[in-house]
Design a protein around this ligand. Structure first.
Ligand code: GRF
Length: 204
């Protein structure tokens, strides 16, 4: 019997270039899963336009005026409706409560634009740059109850060149993100990840 594809959801707040990378890899069959739904907490997130263009169900769930958990409950309702196996945070700019994180334990991943545990928070590229680091990078990790602290799945380094500007550093980094996030999703959906404490082993 043919195995059915895993359903993934992508949560966004903005431009959605990582979302686009996922859409593209599914379209070209490099990533064999079903992008079941896209959810944004921002109405004007361009990622919603990308979802619409790709024919993927999309939702705007406003967080304003709601307790964090109430907002998350609305999201969970949608994720349950679409029977989501993996939730991908791709530029989702809200900190999740333990309620959500526990519900999707080890089924919730995030991409962070710095080499964690350095430069956690909202501006990974800017903070790496301002610090004067010689090497930046990205981290794809499972989400736990801390901020950018969960077990690491993939890290890639992005050395900073003497000729770089913040913009050129970031541009190169984003391009790397667009490879790394689908790569991590692929490992997850193929069952290649084994979590042992803080360590994520890649089986193959
Ligand atoms: C990316 O740099 C991601 O690492 C960070 O937010 C940014 C989102 O970019 N969490 P995009 O919306 O995917 O273009």
């Amino acid at each position: 019997m043919k195995k059915s594809k895993k359903n993934i959801a992508v949560l966004i707040s903005g431009t959605g270039t990582n979302l686009q990378a996922i859409i593209n890899q599914i379209r070209t069959n490099k990533l064999k899963c079903n992008l079941a739904v896209v959810i944004s907490n921002k109405q004007d997130a361009y990622g919603l336009v990308r979802a619409k263009k790709a024919g993927i169900p999309f939702y705007f769930i406003d967080h304003r005026g709601l307790e964090r958990k109430e907002h998350e409950k609305k999201i969970v309702k949608i994720l349950e409706k679409y029977k989501v196996d993996l939730v991908v945070l791709a530029g989702y700019m809200r900190i999740l409560t333990p309620y959500f994180v526990r519900k999707y334990k080890y089924k919730l991943i995030n991409i962070h634009p710095a080499l964690l545990p350095s430069f956690a928070g909202t501006d990974g590229y800017g903070d790496t740059w301002k610090y004067g680091s010689k090497v930046g990078g990205l981290t794809v990790h499972f989400v736990d109850e801390g901020v950018d602290t969960g077990p690491i799945i993939i890290q890639k380094t992005n050395p900073i060149k003497e000729t770089d500007t913040l913009e050129s550093f970031k541009k190169r980094g984003l391009k790397m993100e667009h490879q790394a996030l689908p790569e991590a999703i692929k490992l997850f959906i193929e069952g290649e990840l084994k979590i042992i404490g803080r360590k994520v082993k890649i089986k193959k």
